[in-house]
Design a protein around this ligand. Structure first.
Ligand code: GLU
Length: 362
């Protein structure tokens, strides 16, 4: 505990020493005016390793995620003030493996409220990396603004030697305040790389370079403190989707069924019994389903459950060639993202044809 306190104190002391010289030389009134001209970035904190604390500076596994509050994260990176007035809010403080729909809805509603304000330039969300890609895609479908929404995390806890959180956070603010970031949907900024929400996925349990976009690649980089974009985001998002969280206080149940050798219908039957309105099949190869699983899925479809075929390979598409019964095919959405789109689609319709159109668009 004493060590943890001293590590945080050391981080804060370093932060104070590296505070921007320009700010130190400017009068408080002039500095406040400059900040106002720059606009405000809200940092909405949800926990994760970026707010994690370990017993020692060399410990990078087995630490407590979501241990530090948002103000501690902000105080550790004073250079963020070079880009915007920084405000922090604690939405949750959890390891993101425990993320819930309730937190998602609270987060999305707050983002939509904040981005309506003229003085707010953008929003940065600190988040555990485990389910960061899911929150990013959910927000990508429900945020109603073109202003930047940037998700950030870290792979090393805040107490570690060479913690990656502070630089990632500064980079996220750089992305959130860059005019070029507008209209690209939700972005994920970690380890110098900017990925778009739909394609982005966690690819490694421990490496700093864990996020990537298999097949389509990153959209940009942050190098030398500069945000650089190299391609557009083609699929529709944010203001161009019909999904409206302002009227939602829950999402329909959708379960993912991960296929394997000797799979059968037990999991599909259990999902339907638990009240699932949708099932995402994480099929093998191009979305293949075991012959012994089909009968249970067929029963589910007959009951009005919407089945989406995705795949467990980590990349690649499942398309109309895999059409079976009234199934929907997931294109190149991974199962956890197909689940989110299906949940939101089911808030509008349970017609598989209309849901397929959404999968072809978003
Ligand atoms: N399991 C924790 C979480 O997702 C730590 C992972 C991380 O933040 O990188 O919050």
């Amino acid at each position: 505990m004493i060590l943890r306190k001293s590590l945080v104190a050391a981080a804060l002391a370093t932060a104070i020493i590296t505070a921007p010289i320009a700010a130190a030389l400017t009068s408080p009134a002039a500095f406040a005016e400059q900040q106002q001209a720059k606009g405000t970035v809200y940092i909405l904190a949800t926990g994760g390793t970026i707010a994690g604390a370990a017993k020692s500076a060399t410990q990078t596994t087995g630490y407590k995620a979501g241990a530090l509050g948002v103000q501690t994260l902000i105080d550790a990176v004073p250079r963020m003030k070079d880009y915007a007035k920084i405000e922090g809010e604690q939405i949750a403080n959890i390891g993101s493996q425990d993320m819930t729909t309730d937190i998602w809805l609270k987060l999305a509603k707050r983002i939509n409220e904040l981005l309506k304000r003229d003085d707010v330039t953008g929003v940065v969300i600190t988040h555990g990396t485990d389910t960061l890609e899911e929150t990013a895609y959910f927000l990508n479908l429900v945020v109603k603004s073109d202003k930047p929404v940037v998700m950030v995390g870290a792979m090393r806890p805040a107490t570690a030697i060479s913690a990656d959180g502070p630089m990632n956070l500064l980079d996220a603010v750089r992305v959130a305040t860059d005019p070029e970031s507008k209209g690209r949907g939700v972005l994920v900024a970690l380890n110098d790389t900017i990925n778009a929400a739909r394609a982005n996925t966690k690819t490694n349990t421990a490496s700093l370079q864990t996020f990537s976009s298999p097949e389509v690649g990153a959209v940009g980089m942050i190098t030398g403190g500069k945000v650089r974009y190299y391609r557009q985001v083609e699929r529709e998002h944010t203001t161009k989707t019909p999904f409206d969280v302002s009227k939602l206080d829950k999402l329909p149940r959708v379960d993912i069924i991960y296929t394997h050798v000797s799979d059968d219908g037990v999991m599909a039957d259990a999902a339907v019994a638990a009240g699932a309105k949708g099932i995402v099949s994480a099929g093998s190869g191009m979305g293949s389903i075991h012959k012994d699983t089909y009968p249970a899925l067929e029963k589910a479809i007959a009951k009005g459950v919407v089945v989406v075929r995705s795949n467990r390979t980590g990349s690649g598409f499942v398309d109309a060639a895999q059409q079976w019964k009234d199934c929907v095919t997931a294109d190149n959405l991974n199962p956890q993202k197909a689940r989110i789109l299906l949940q939101l689609a089911l808030t509008q319709t349970s017609d598989p044809k209309k849901i397929q159109e959404m999968f072809d668009k978003y």
